[in-house]
Design a protein around this ligand. Structure first.
Ligand code: HEC
Ligand code: HEC
Length: 103
C-alpha cells in the first residue's frame, strides 16, 4: 500500500488526538476519597447495593455505586473534624464528580 500525503495527514490527526487524550487523562490527580475507617460510611452508602459475587455479568457490568448517597456524609463530617480544604477549592457540592473512590 502506498501512503500518500493525505494518508499522512490522517495519521497525523489520529496521533494528535491520541496525544491529547493521554495528556488529559494523566492530569486527573485530584485526591481520591481515602478508603479508610473514617470514610467507611461513605463507601458503605455507595456500595450498599453492590452485586454479590454470584450476580450475573450483566448486573455487574452496569452497576454504578450510589455516589449521591455517599456524598451526603462528606461535607458535614469534614466540617466537624475540621479537615481543611485547599485555598482555591472549587464549589463544594457533588464532591464525587472530582474525588473518585479509591479501589
Ligand atoms: C466520618 C467523617 C468523614 C466522612 C463521612 C468523609 N470524610 Fe473525607 N476525610 C475525613 C478526615 C478526618 C480526613 C483527614 C484524613 C483522614 O483521616 O483520612 C479526610 C480526608 C479526605 C480527603 C483528603 C485525602 C488526602 O489524600 O489527603 C479527601 C479527598 C476526602 N476526605 C474526601 C471525602 C469525600 C469526597 C467524602 C464523601 C464521599 C468524604 N471525604 C467523607 C473525614 C470524613
Ligand atoms: C469541581 C471539583 C471538586 C469538587 C466538586 C470537590 N473538590 Fe475537593 N478538591 C478538588 C481539587 C482540584 C483539589 C486540589 C487538588 C488535590 O489535592 O486533590 C481538592 C482538594 C480537596 C481536599 C484536600 C486534599 C488533600 O490532599 O489535601 C479535600 C479534603 C477535599 N478536596 C474535599 C472535598 C469535599 C468533601 C467535597 C464535597 C463537599 C469536594 N472536595 C468537592 C476538586 C473538587
Amino acid at each position: 500500500m502506498k501512503i500518500d500525503k493525505r494518508d499522512w495527514l490522517f495519521i497525523g490527526i489520529v496521533v494528535g488526538v491520541l496525544a491529547i487524550f493521554i495528556a488529559i487523562s494523566g492530569k486527573e490527580k485530584t485526591a481520591h476519597v481515602p478508603n479508610n475507617a473514617m470514610h467507611k460510611v461513605s463507601y458503605d452508602a455507595a456500595f450498599r447495593n453492590a452485586p454479590g459475587p454470584n450476580a450475573s455479568l450483566y448486573t455487574r457490568a452496569f452497576y454504578k455505586p450510589d455516589k449521591k448517597a455517599a456524598e451526603v456524609f462528606c461535607e458535614p463530617c469534614h466540617k466537624e473534624k475540621g479537615v481543611p480544604y485547599p485555598p482555591n477549592h472549587p464549589a463544594k457540592n457533588r464532591c464525587m464528580f472530582c474525588h473518585k473512590f479509591s479501589k
